[in-house]
Design a protein around this ligand. Sequence first.
Ligand code: FAD
Length: 398
Amino acid sequence: MDLRDSPEEAAFRQRVREFLRTNLPKGWRAFGLGMARSNAERDFLHDWQRRLNDAGLLGLEWPKEFGGQGASAAEVAIYAEEAAACGAPQPLNVLGLSLAGPTIMAHGTPEQKRRYLPKILNCEEVWCQGFSEPGSGSDLASLRTRAELKGDHFVVNGQKVWTTYAHLADQCMLLARTDQNAPRHRGISFLLVDMKTPGVTVRPLRQMTGEAEFNETFFDNVVVPRGNLLGPLNEGWRVAMTTLASERGGAGGVAMGARYFAVLTGIVELSRNVKRNGKAAIGDAIVRQQLAQFYVDVSGLRYTAGRIATMLRQGTGSGVMSSIIKLTWSELNQRMQNFVMELQGPSHQLVAGSPHAVENGRWQYEFLRSRANTIEAGTSEVQRGILAERLLGLPRGH
Ligand SMILES: Cc1cc2nc3c(=O)[nH]c(=O)nc-3n(C[C@H](O)[C@H](O)[C@H](O)COP(=O)(O)OP(=O)(O)OC[C@H]3O[C@@H](n4cnc5c(N)ncnc54)[C@H](O)[C@@H]3O)c2cc1C
């Protein structure tokens, strides 16, 4: 297989580079994935999404009929590589673009597609994902938030937790129990909920990085029109599987492959600048061996992510492959971030704001944020369980 750019792909790469060069503020370097920590950052990410949209670089993997670019898998990978190489942030509506959009395209009525998809692309409506609850994370099917159907509307009561971006969101993908008597997976429905509806309360949760990226979200007699049901009543579990497959390994997987290649490039650079036994660390045989192993791991991740993206496009579904990619990127990033701490020696304790912190504490932030990687979007243990049962055919665990 020839993985070099064709002339058309090389032209696309050039277009992306030019866009990033002229649109990113000078010296811009996003921490993490470019979170909206302050109003200024939120406004910047909103504007960033608008610029991408205007330049025809947003919704690359979305089909043209839904306002996307219908780009090839290679073009999606090229954008991801170039954006990661210069630390470009994700657009503000990342959950709308990567989770809500694909789920509505797959299960929405024509009216729902017309209503929601354009506002995801132009960032008029930012989305959050209300799946997890206190006591229902890995075991999502045990969720207790209730939606009672009363004629032409549902009345929702319950609590969600770890709701990323709920404090910014206009819309929520909500999983709620609509049949108390059905078997657990069969009594759940997928609702599209306007976050401005009376009865919705959002309380931020602070993480060890210091930022409040996610929230507790409460629903107290929240009225949701029946027309906001996505997919059939009581079949929300099947709809949610589309969301989870996109979250664990869809186009996001390609971005992760590119992103961790950029992280590795940063680690190689760091190894040239920090000292080990009085010499540049990169001269140390153990450091070099570790860097080579990371290169092998990141390459495997990139090619596997590309393969999954192609499978999704061909409509064959990614199956358990999305669990492989989720497990791989999250554990690889933690290994890389642990290594960066070792590489810095005692100065790894200096965080942003300290005058002697390496690269102004960028790696300390990345290290702390990486702790969440093996939890968010499904824990490593759960991914291993899925692979054991569905790929290896081992007996079901408890
Ligand atoms: C940064 C971040 C962002 C998030 N954003 C969102 C969001 O936007 N929306 C949303 O709905 N959720 C979100 N989540 C929640 C996330 O999906 C859950 O945290 C995750 O599914 C784990 O659930 P839990 O926290 O309830 O842990 P639990 O399910 O209680 O798990 C606790 C421990 O038990 C282990 N365990 C559980 N079941 C099994 C099993 N069957 N076999 C082996 N081990 C098991 C787990 O691996 C874990 O180590 C986010 C989480 C994080 C960290």
